[in-house]
Design a protein around this ligand. Structure first.
Ligand code: NAP
Length: 263
């Protein structure tokens, strides 16, 4: 049995939808007190209401992670409402696709600004409170795309997600004296509102390239974050956990069919 994380103060950037909302939900269901952030305050308000419906303590703040001042405001509000910050889940991310030949500087700036600079700004802003916690945890949502795999249209996205890992490895060393761990989750294809919009055919094709033959759930990413936030994971830092149903493993699609034929 893991030590309870009930009462811990948790900030989840991009916690208003998709994976971030799943992470916030798992923490809230396990008794943590959670602050979620996003740019759209209506969506954020609705998510906070939904997540706190069962009596959990979940509130929201409208904040853009690519804006340093917004990140400082987010950390200040967390300290005011939650009394500190024990866990930061730097999850906010965008994934517009654009082939290299057409990619504009604005688009590159947007992706790096939210996914990479936004990660750095969020961690910097929460740092003093994480240090005071004495058992601070930083959990980044990276991706298999970039660190391990590639997909046409996602050069900027892949660079930002791989960049998060470069950031993580040095941050883990720098923050270790403050008893803060820094780790990353690399999700594969996870069922989110955004993915649902791509249609059933996309989801079926994706599932066919995953050895476990299904997409992941936001809860499965949330439980990975919960583990990394636990006291029991306190000696793990600077590491990655791939949560993808085995998607990065097959040398070719035939490997999945061959396993099914024999098994
Ligand atoms: P999503 O459903 O589009 O949700 C993104 C969340 O981030 C929303 O809450 C959004 O709220 C927020 N956000 C976006 N830009 C922001 C900004 N500048 N400042 C603050 N919040 C911002 O996306 P998702 O699929 O859950 O992805 C979440 C994370 O998981 C991303 O980092 C993504 O790279 C990663 N990931 C996702 C998958 C997948 O299969 N879904 C796979 C691998 C990795 P607002 O729009 O209101 O700001």
């Amino acid at each position: 049995m893991f030590t309870s994380i009930a009462g811990r103060a948790v900030v989840v950037t991009g916690g208003t939808r998709g994976i971030g909302k799943g992470i916030a939900s798992v923490f809230a269901r396990n008794g943590a007190r959670v602050l979620i952030s996003g740019r759209d305050s209506d969506v954020a308000r609705a998510a906070a209401e939904e997540l706190s419906a069962g009596g959990a303590e979940v509130s929201f703040i409208q904040a853009d992670v690519s804006d340093r001042e917004d990140c400082r405001r987010m950390a200040a509000i967390a300290i005011e409402r939650l009394g500190g910050i024990d866990v930061l889940c730097a999850n906010a991310g965008v994934f517009p696709d654009s082939r290299l030949a057409d990619m504009t500087e604005e688009m590159l700036d947007q992706v790096l600004g939210v996914n990479l600079k936004g990660t750095v700004f969020s961690v910097q802003a929460c740092l003093p409170a994480l240090k005071l916690s004495g058992r601070g945890r930083v959990i980044l949502t990276s991706s298999i795309t970039g660190p391990i795999t590639g997909y046409p249209g996602w050069t900027a996205y892949g660079a930002s997600k791989a960049g998060q890992l470069g950031f993580m490895r040095t941050a883990a060393i720098e923050l270790a004296p403050g008893r803060i761990t820094v780790n990353s989750i690399l999700p594969g294809n996870i069922v989110t509102e955004g993915l649902a919009e791509l249609g059933e055919e996309y989801a079926e094709k994706m599932a066919a390239s995953i050895p476990l033959r299904r997409l992941g759930s936001v809860d499965e990413i949330g439980y990975t974050a919960l583990f990394l936030a636990s006291d029991e994971a306190g000696f793990i830092t600077g590491q990655t956990i791939v949560v993808d149903g085995g998607q990065v493993l097959p040398e070719m699609l035939q490997a999945i069919a061959a396993a099914e034929a024999s098994g």
